[in-house]
Design a protein around this ligand. Structure first.
Ligand code: SF4
Length: 456
C-alpha cells in the first residue's frame, strides 16, 4: 500500500479532519455513487445516521454542517469558507437540499440526520450510514462509511484494505516501517527526503511535488496570518477568546529582547492555526485538523529563527514529516477516536520533530531519533475536548506539541542518532496504548476535562 505525503497534508476546512472533512467526503462520495449508478434522478429522500464518536461529539465538530455540504457536492479542498453560512441557511430555511448540486429534494434535518450516541458500527468509532430512498420509500441504495482520521474515508468493504487515496502504486523504495525506510536509504545512499521524493515521483514530476509542497506551506502561512489578524470569540458555547492576535501584537512590540522570544513566536504560530481551525477556516491537515498547528508552527520557527533557512529546507521538512505521518497511518492510526490525542498531537509532534531535523540537514538516524522522542513523551495523551469543540484542550495543546517537537529535534541533533527506543517500537507502543485506552478518552467527550470543566 502506498500513501503519498500529499494524502497526509491535505488542504481543507476546520474544525476537524475526522468529524468535518471525513463526513463531508463520505457524503459527497455517496452522492457521486448514486450518480454513477444512475440512481440520483430517482432519489427522493436521503437519510444519514451517525454513530459512536461522530454522534457523541459531532455537533461540536460541525459534522452535521459538513454532511449537508457534502450531500450538495462540496469537498473540503474545493469549498470556499465564505459560502458555508449562506448554503446552510438556505438548506435549513427551506428544508430542501440540492443533492450533488443538481437534484433538489425535501430534507427534514431532525428526521433525516439521526445521532446514535449509544451505538457503534463494527468497523470504527466514526461510522456513518447513508440511505437513498425513492418516492415510494423503497431503498435505492444504502452504504456505510467510516472516517478514519486525517480526512481519510473508507466504505465498509474497503476498511482494512487500500483506500481510494492509497491505491496500489509501486514505488521505487517501498517501506512499511522506519527500519525499512532507514534501510532502503542506507542501501541506496539516499537522504530520507530524497527517498521520499523519488517515491512521490511515480505520481508526478519532482518539480510538481516541490511546487505542491510549497503551496501547502503557503496555505499554512496564510492560515497563520489570518489567525494573527482575526478578532473576537470562537464559535460555540465555551465563548473562547482568540489569543493569537494579542500575542502577535505583543511580540511585535517587544522586539527581540527576551531570550524566550522564539518560544513565544512558536506559541503564537500554533495558536493562530488552531484558532482558525476552531472557527471553521482553511487549514492543512498535518496529519489532522485538531493537530494542524504543530507542523506550521515548527516550520515557521525554522524559517524565522534558523540561519540559512530556505524553501529547499521547507520542502525537505514536509517530505520527511509526511513520511513519518505515513508510518503512523500504516502501523497505528491518526484518529483521535481510535488512539486518543497521542494519535493526533503526538503524531504531529513526531512528524514536526523529524521534519525539522531534515530541514536542518541532520542525518537520517537523527531524523528517526527526533521522531521517536516526539512521540515517546506524548504516549497516553487522551482526547477529552470540552463540549465536543476542537478548542480546549486542543488549541493550547498544539502550542505545547510544537515546543516539544523543537526540543525533540534539538535533543536528537546533539546526539549521533544512536538510541535505545526505536521509532517502530514507539509507534507500536502508541497503537497498543490507544487500543487499551478507555473509550471515554477517545473523542467522545465522556471523560477527562470534558466532564470536569463546566461548559459555560
Ligand atoms: S484533544 Fe486532541 S485528538 Fe481530541 S479533538 Fe482535541 S486535538 Fe483532536
Amino acid at each position: 500500500m502506498s500513501i503519498s505525503v500529499l494524502d497526509i497534508f491535505k488542504i481543507g476546512i476546520g474544525p476537524s479532519s475526522s468529524h468535518t472533512m471525513g463526513p463531508m467526503n463520505a457524503a459527497r462520495r455517496f452522492v457521486l455513487d448514486l450518480h454513477e449508478r444512475e440512481l440520483l434522478g430517482r432519489t427522493a429522500q436521503v437519510g444519514v445516521q451517525l454513530y459512536g464518536s461522530l454522534a457523541l461529539t459531532g455537533r461540536g465538530h460541525c459534522t452535521d454542517r459538513a454532511i449537508l455540504l457534502g450531500l450538495e457536492g462540496h469537498s473540503p479542498e474545493g469549498l470556499d469558507p465564505a459560502i458555508v453560512e449562506p448554503a446552510l441557511m438556505r438548506i435549513r430555511g427551506s428544508n430542501r437540499l440540492r443533492l450533488g448540486g443538481q437534484r433538489e429534494i425535501a430534507f427534514d434535518e431532525p428526521m433525516d440526520v439521526l445521532w446514535h450516541r449509544d451505538q457503534i458500527l463494527p468497523g470504527h468509532s466514526n461510522g456513518m450510514r447513508f440511505t437513498a430512498l425513492a418516492a415510494d420509500r423503497s431503498v435505492l441504495c444504502r452504504e456505510e462509511y467510516y472516517s478514519t482520521g486525517g480526512g481519510f474515508v473508507a466504505r465498509a468493504d474497503e476498511l482494512g484494505g487500500p483506500s481510494a487515496a492509497a491505491t496500489q502504486i509501486i514505488v521505487p523504495y517501498p517501506f512499511d516501517s522506519a527500519e525499512q525506510l532507514l534501510g532502503a536509504a542506507r542501501e541506496h545512499g539516499l537522504e530520507l527526503h530524497e527517498l521520499v521524493l523519488a517515491n512521490e515521483g511515480v505520481s508526478r514530476e519532482a518539480a510538481a511535488t516541490r511546487s505542491a509542497l510549497l503551496n501547502i506551506w503557503a496555505v499554512m502561512q496564510a492560515c497563520i496570518e489570518r489567525g494573527f489578524h482575526a478578532q473576537g470569540l470562537l464559535p460555540g458555547v465555551l465563548k473562547v477568546r482568540r489569543r493569537a492576535p494579542k500575542l502577535y501584537r505583543q511580540l511585535l512590540e517587544a522586539g527581540s529582547a527576551s531570550p524566550m522570544q522564539a518560544m513565544d513566536w512558536v506559541n503564537a504560530f500554533a495558536l493562530a492555526v488552531n484558532e482558525e481551525n476552531a472557527a471553521g477556516g482553511r487549514v492543512v491537515t498535518a496529519p489532522t485538523n485538531g493537530a494542524a498547528g504543530i507542523v506550521p508552527a515548527v516550520l515557521s520557527y525554522y524559517r524565522r529563527f534558523e540561519p540559512g533557512a530556505s524553501d529547499d529546507g521547507a520542502v525537505r521538512f514536509l517530505l520527511v514529516a509526511g513520511a513519518i505521518g505515513i508510518l503512523y497511518k500504516k502501523n497505528a492510526s491518526i484518529s483521535g477516536a481510535e488512539m486518543g490525542c497521542q494519535g493526533e498531537v503526538g503524531v504531529a509532534c513526531s512528524m514536526a520533530a523529524g521534519g525539522l531535523v531534515a530541514a536542518l540537514n541532520g542525518t537520517n538516524e537523527q531524523v528517526e531519533n527526533a521522531a521517536e522522542i516526539g512521540m515517546e513523551h506524548n504516549l497516553g495523551l487522551t482526547c477529552d475536548p470540552i463540549a465536543g469543540l476542537v478548542q480546549i484542550p486542543c488549541i493550547e495543546r498544539n502550542a505545547m506539541g510544537a515546543v516539544k517537537a523543537i526540543n525533540a529535534a534539538r535533543l536528537a541533533m546533539r546526539g549521533d542518532g544512536t538510541h535505545k527506543v526505536t521509532l517502530d517500537q514507539v509507534i507500536a507502543t502508541m497503537r497498543q496504548t490507544g487500543e487499551d485506552m478507555s473509550s471515554i478518552y477517545k473523542e467522545t467527550s465522556q471523560g477527562g476535562l470534558a466532564v470536569n470543566v463546566p461548559e459555560c
